[in-house]
Design a protein around this ligand. Structure first.
Ligand code: 6PG
Length: 259
């Protein structure tokens, strides 16, 4: 498999050195860091370096350390970021109100956005309190198009996570969203959670300028190996930015099974 050959070409541990690769016209890098804190710190440095004006935040638990670090006044990042100029979006959201414990918006707001001088009008959360998830997805698509003034927005920085089943954002294995070619935001039913999710689709994700997977923990080691070395069968493998960069940032445990 090409992935295996490319992986064999690199693998720098302590320093997390990036090694550019090309597969088809795609350039991607993989970085491995000793700990979740080192991973979060490197992601914070990347955020500052990319200096984005449009950002899609990932959900789940992994990005929380990064968000807290970016907002921490005792760290060097907060003062280097032009918070009022940045538009924040979410790569996906759970179908719950914004004050719900499962809300990706709530986590990011508590860990970061409520602690930094963002322009509240630039915080574009998913209207996930709308009982009609499909309607919420359509509304969010309009918000993306109107805010970016682009029919196919190119977001500067898109953060993504990886589920143990190979899902990313809320694009799950076997989901009809995998085959979406026109809509930017969809509301798939997720059988295993018995709920709808609202998620950015592959056309939007693959139009990102900088698409970054943050993956942490030994429980992800097997899926990381399968996604990076195995045959194409997982949603996360369908994230192949058309003309942007793809960066996999892993901690040592998540990279534990990579050759
Ligand atoms: C969500 C996410 C999802 C997440 C992965 C990893 O809403 O759950 O956006 O795609 O990134 O499930 O989640 P953890 O970081 O909690 O392992």
């Amino acid at each position: 498999m090409e992935w295996a050959n490319l992986l064999a070409l690199w693998y720098f541990y302590q320093s997390g050195t990036k090694v550019p690769h090309s597969k088809e016209a795609l350039s991607f890098m993989i970085q491995i860091f000793p700990s979740p804190k080192d991973l979060a710190r490197a992601a914070a440095e990347l955020f500052v370096a990319r200096n984005p004006r449009t950002v899609a935040l990932s959900g789940g638990s992994t990005p929380k350390l990064l968000f807290e670090l970016l907002a921490d006044p005792n760290e060097p990042f907060r003062d280097q970021i032009p918070w009022p100029d940045i538009h924040f979006f979410w790569s996906d959201e759970r179908h719950v109100p914004p004050d719900h414990a499962d809300s990706n918006y709530r986590m990011a707001n508590e860990a970061m956005l409520s602690r930094v001088p963002v322009a509240r009008n630039n915080v574009h959360r998913v209207p996930s309190e709308n009982p009609n998830a499909a309607e919420a997805a359509n509304q969010y698509e309009q918000t993306l198009i109107e805010t970016t003034q682009q029919s196919l927005p190119q977001l500067d920085l898109i953060l993504l996570g990886l589920g143990a089943d190979g899902h990313t954002a809320s694009i799950f294995p076997g989901s009809e969203v995998l085959h979406e070619t026109t809509r930017l935001v969809a509301a798939p039913w997720v059988e295993k959670f018995q709920t709808y999710r609202i998620t950015m689709t592959l056309p939007l994700l693959n139009n990102g300028a900088s698409v970054v997977f943050l993956v942490s923990g030994a429980e992800k080691a097997t899926i990381v190996k399968e996604v990076l070395e195995g045959p194409q069968k997982y949603p996360a493998q369908a994230v192949k930015p058309t003309h942007g960069e793809l960066l996999w940032m892993l901690d040592k445990d998540a990279a534990g099974e990579i050759k």
